[in-house]
Design a protein around this ligand. Sequence first.
Ligand SMILES: [Zn+2]
Ligand SMILES: [Zn+2]
Length: 149
Amino acid sequence: MVRRAQCQCGGFTATAATEPGVVMACHCTWCQRRSGVPVTINAYFEKDDVRLEGDYKVFERPAPEGRKLYNYFCPTCGTTLAWRADLRPDVLAVAAGCFTDKNFPPRNRCGEFGENERTARPRKRTRKERPIASGANNKQEDDYEHETS
Ligand SMILES: [Zn+2]
Ligand SMILES: [Zn+2]
């Protein structure tokens, strides 16, 4: 299914040819500042599956170990619609609240995301809930981290 997301004014859109690999909530400081809300819901796609169209600018911010994270925002209305990180260059995130389909991502009875959709699933633990000592076998979980520091 093709999924479309747009900024407030409609001048900047993201069109995804596939379902996201993962949808998750994040309350890191960077996501809070990006969005202005305490908790964000973010959909992660293979970068090549998403087309960004219209007018946008890129805000780069620093990430750990010299990496960067790139926020794609509308210069007219200011909405940050999408972003990607050097940590996982093949992934593009889209702000889930910007999708035109208001039933996406699906919610379960408790108002949480996932379970009832093939590919949309919540992350089990947040970064802050993870054990302090994380070994190499946590690589999978780190793949979508938001580069907080
Ligand atoms: Zn706009
Ligand atoms: Zn975050």
